[in-house]
Design a protein around this ligand. Structure first.
Ligand code: HEC
Length: 117
């Protein structure tokens, strides 16, 4: 009887620790938000109509997107024009969300997507 209680306690603690570990390890990015941000802050220029190259998630591979979002990459290099165009100063978190959305739907991803879907 006593042993049984002990085991229950240990199980509870283990489960608790696992839940905490997952919560900590979970990526704090939100591709759904990223999609919205992408449309608002990137697609405004990259829609094929303006002079910026047309872009949608599947115009690049996951690797290419990751490279574009590096600190010295293309995206960082023109953030001031994003602000000029939209009046919004995009945050690092917004960029992480946008990147997550683009990578998730890149050309070589499980769900390649154009901007419409
Ligand atoms: C004000 C218009 C404008 C906005 C807003 C804008 N871009 Fe651009 N972007 C451009 C132009 C123009 C170029 C081409 C010139 C260059 O390469 O610097 C470009 C180039 C790029 C490139 C490199 C070209 C390529 O095809 O690989 C990437 C990647 C890119 N933009 C990503 C983004 C992302 C992500 C966002 C949203 C956070 C964004 N852009 C918002 C105008 C814009």
């Amino acid at each position: 009887m006593r042993n049984e209680r002990k085991i229950k306690w240990i199980a509870l603690v283990v489960v608790g620790l696992l839940v905490t570990a997952f919560a900590v390890a979970a990526p704090r990015v939100n591709p759904r938000k990223g999609k919205v941000f992408y449309k608002k802050y990137c697609r405004v220029c990259h829609d094929g109509a303006a002079d910026a190259p047309e872009m949608s998630p599947m115009t690049k591979t996951m690797e290419q997107w990751s490279r574009a979002f590096k600190a010295d990459g293309k995206v960082e290099s023109h953030l001031s024009s994003v602000k000029d165009k939209t009046g919004y100063e995009i945050t690092e978190q917004d960029l992480l969300d946008i990147q997550a959305y683009l990578v998730q739907h890149a050309a070589d991803s499980d769900q390649p997507a154009t901007c419409g879907n």
